[in-house]
Design a protein around this ligand. Sequence first.
Ligand SMILES: [Zn+2]
Length: 366
Amino acid sequence: MNRAAMRVCLLLLAALSRAGSDHSQEQEGPGHSHWSYEDQEHWGTDHLDCAGNRQSPINVDTAKTIFSPQLRPIQLSGYSLPASEKLRLINNGHTVLLMLPESLAITGGYAQQYRAVQLHLHWGSPSGPGSEHTVNGHRFAAEIHVVHYNTKYNSFDEAKVQPDGLAVLGAFLEVGSRENPYYQEILQHLYKIQREGEEVLVSGFNIAGLLPANLKLYFHYNGSLTTPPCSQTVKWTIFNQTMLISHYQMSMLVMSLRNDDGKPLQNNYRPVKDLHGRRVLASFQTTLPSAKHLPADSDGSEAADGHSSSSFHAGDVLAILFGVLFAITALAFLLYIYKHRNQNTRLDSPTKSKVIYTAAATENTA
Ligand SMILES: [Zn+2]
């Protein structure tokens, strides 16, 4: 037997010996499992999918996304929960997890219907951001994931091994000037679940408030769970609009919890993975060049409802639009002079064409 064949056999044996123990602990579910963020290079030996070529997270290069007009707005149903409904909020040593009732569902935007199971967050440390996905290389402060499974399967466990099994909605969190009341429904309880394995019951609220108001603008691609077992069965939606929480709320998120070693639970994000030829679709036109300076400090585009306008830098967009507008006006002016000089007529005011391009500008900044 040659060396390569031997290696394959050893890998198979290793996989078989682990198959029995793998399903004992649910990765995106509650409870303890033995993997850690310090140990990522070994995820692929314990869980073969983690070394696969359809892994998440990824960097979204907006210049390479493909505009797909058939991507309809995401529709959520049952997301508004009464305060009488109590939800489990858990520190599982890797994240804070809010278990969701099965009444929550995605009923539009995907080809099929998906039922919610849980949501959780990824964050950084006091010294750096911690979103999992990045946009044009920019990492946001934090990221929320709402995990759903296809209603044609009976459970999350059954669905997660099916190609069309899972759908995760992701949105970025940034620091804004106001307290976000929806995120406060989670963050105010974190001090009660500082240790791994602890949990608390929280009152129901409008879970949709944790996601952007604009569910029309998003990126879509096929990927995986971002923690072991890294199942490559996730249809991802990453919203373009970011969520804003206050500086104090962000520090509550980053500072409150501890992991299974009793150390601060921070930087619980996985680095971006190669696309390996996968396509990233966009529900909107992203013909703008990549924004190099995404807002670490806000430029004042913050809206009153705790959402920022988009993950593009508004200043960059305006600069480009005005540049284009100026070039077109100058060209029109030159043509006008040329035409009138030929006709030997007197020069008039050449500013009428502007109106058309102002309309286009409104469309592009949506
Ligand atoms: Zn996640």
